[in-house]
Design a binder for this molecule. Structure first.
Ligand code: G3P
Ligand code: CA
Length: 269
């Protein structure tokens, strides 16, 4: 595949590499976004949380246990919550060996490190604020880090960045703080409730098992926070049959651990 594969301009839904190309490299690491780039995918998705000493890091679970060697390194610190470890402690952890020996030495990136790499790779970012209820003020802090990394200029805001959350409150806060940013709500509001979401977001990103063609049409029929027809990016679709099924429903994007499988199923090349 070539750079830019997976873009709507080619005719199919946009393909997002979920936690990077996470079927093939350890999720949410620099290796996973580099691999997505090498495979030709420019949109990557990540998850942002906060350390004990207030540093934003890229990791999905609210504990370090599944995706690092924290249990060996810090055996007495169960349940190994991200918020109970400092950034310096987290930086010592191996976030790759659990996935495969060839990834030993991968680490949990800080958000700033991650943004710089996505930028260098000329990729685009679907940034998820994960479990914001655990991290008061994380929306403002995330925007600050994005700003410091040069991600809130007009070009990034227009083309390279979407901020999403399962928390409607969090999406609302981001929209209030930076009304120019494109946002997405993760979930499947009822058709009756959709207009309330359209007031503060542009995209609705549901789990694929929860949607129908009629529901996708209902979303498309609304204008979102920036006055354009709302769009739908669905997750996590890792097989060709499901990819074709959601494409037939009319989704605008597919968030997948296996972007090559999905691109082959829905793409026009
Ligand atoms: O981007 C959608 C998807 O990431 C939502 O679920 O649990 O993988 O963060 P999760
Ligand atoms: Ca996520």
């Amino acid at each position: 595949t070539r750079p830019g594969a997976g873009r709507a301009a080619l005719g199919g839904p946009v393909v997002y590499a979920h936690r990077g190309a996470s079927a093939y490299a350890p999720e949410n690491t620099i290796d996973a976004i580099d691999l997505a780039m090498q495979m030709g995918f420019d949109w990557v998705e990540n998850d942002v949380q906060r350390t004990k000493d207030g540093v934003l890091v890229v990791i999905h679970d609210d504990t370090l246990a599944r995706t690092t060697d924290v249990e060996q390194r810090f055996p007495n610190r169960a349940p190994w919550k991200v918020q109970d470890f400092t950034a310096a402690e987290i930086a010592q952890l191996d976030a790759g060996s659990w996935f495969g020996d060839e990834y030993a030495g991968a680490w949990v990136p800080t958000l700033r490190e991650y943004l710089d790499r996505v930028q260098r790779n000329q990729q685009r970012l679907l940034l998820e604020i994960k479990k914001p209820e655990l991290y008061p003020g994380i929306e403002e802090q995330t925007l600050k880090v994005l700003d410091e990394a040069g991600w809130l200029d007009a070009r990034h805001v227009a083309q390279r960045l979407v901020v999403q959350s399962f928390s409607a409150d969090s999406v609302r806060i981001v929209h209030r703080l930076r009304p120019d940013l494109v946002t997405a709500f993760l979930g499947t509001p009822t058709v009756a409730d959709l207009p309330r979401y359209a007031e503060f977001t542009d995209r609705i990103n549901p789990w694929h098992t929860t949607i129908s063609a009629d529901w996708v049409s209902a979303v498309h029929g609304l204008r979102g926070a920036h006055g354009k027809a709302m769009e739908v990016d669905t997750w996590i679709v890792d097989d060709a049959a499901t990819a074709r099924r959601v494409q037939d429903m009319g989704v605008d994007g597919i968030i997948t651990n296996a972007p090559d499988v999905v691109q082959d199923a829905v793409g026009g090349f």
